[in-house]
Ligand binder design. Structure first.
Ligand code: SF4
Length: 262
């Protein structure tokens, strides 16, 4: 039984119900990961280190942040990291992460943003009951001390989200539900995506009607998943281009060999 959902688990269900089953119900753990995700995690850790130091009253020079990136890259590297885009090399991704950090550092120095936390975890109910519990981790939360909050998300991928897509995106809007549950006196919440390869931000906001609509959508999806589990229904495999990044080819009824990209 799945007690607690997350934005990622609900998205996985939407993209491929079978993958959801393998990951969140059968809890099949795979050591594999794509190099883009691996690099993104290391960049997140380096930026987390930068702001955690600032919260402690210390400003780390850019060399220190890059050094942290090198350190976490080496500490976490393993032999099940896949490069799906064969035209790129490990060196390419390693240097791309360095460039993302350097660009971010140059853009935001002297780091006077009102950051109150990095990797902030929310565990919350979307409707105030224990039936619809969610969890999520925001990359960064800023707060001006007057009830105006910002939820920041770092993206290390190349493709930027359009304003139209940002206004419809439900990841940070889901975190907004968690933020409003966690903190008192929330006046306004801004959603901010950082496209690190381009040093560009995309902003959006949600009003209370949009948040209520999102709550209804989340509850409907959770109900649907629970109904499938209770009825013993199969979670059907939904093939798409995303199969290339899926680690469950050995379990998937639509595939008859291990994922060749892994
Ligand atoms: S390989 Fe494709 S269809 Fe099969 S579980 Fe993964 S995403 Fe779903």
């Amino acid at each position: 039984m799945v007690e607690r959902f997350s934005y990622s688990s609900l998205e996985t269900y939407k993209k491929c119900p079978s993958q959801f089953r393998f990951r969140y119900i059968d809890k099949v753990v795979k050591p594999d990961e794509g190099i883009e995700a691996f690099m993104g995690k290391r960049v997140h850790e380096a930026l987390e280190y930068l702001y955690d130091e600032i919260l402690e009253g210390r400003l780390t020079f850019i060399d220190g942040v890059i050094e942290k990136y090198h350190q976490v890259w080496e500490e976490n590297w393993h032999d099940r990291i896949a490069i799906v885009r064969k035209e790129n090399t490990v060196k390419y991704y390693y240097e791309l992460g360095e460039r993302c950090i350097a660009l971010f550092y140059r853009t935001y120095r002297p780091f006077d943003q009102p950051v109150v936390g990095t990797e902030v975890e929310f565990v919350f109910s979307v409707d105030g009951t224990k039936d619809y519990m969610m969890k999520g981790i925001a990359d960064r939360i800023d707060h001006d001390g007057k009830g105006n909050y910002e939820i920041h998300d770092y993206k290390s991928g190349k493709r930027m989200m359009s304003q139209r897509d940002a206004d419809k995106d439900s990841q940070l809007a889901t975190y907004q539900i968690g933020l409003q549950d966690k903190y008192d006196g929330v006046e306004e919440v801004k959603l901010v995506w950082h496209y690190l390869q381009h040093a560009q931000e995309v902003h959006s906001q949600r009003n209370s009607n949009q948040i209520n609509q999102l709550v209804r959508q989340i509850k409907l999806r959770i109900d649907e998943i629970r109904e499938h589990i209770q009825n013993g229904d199969s979670f059907y495999p939904k093939e798409s281009i995303l199969c290339n990044w899926c680690y469950y080819w050995e379990e998937c009824p639509k595939k008859d060999m291990p994922n060749p990209y892994m």
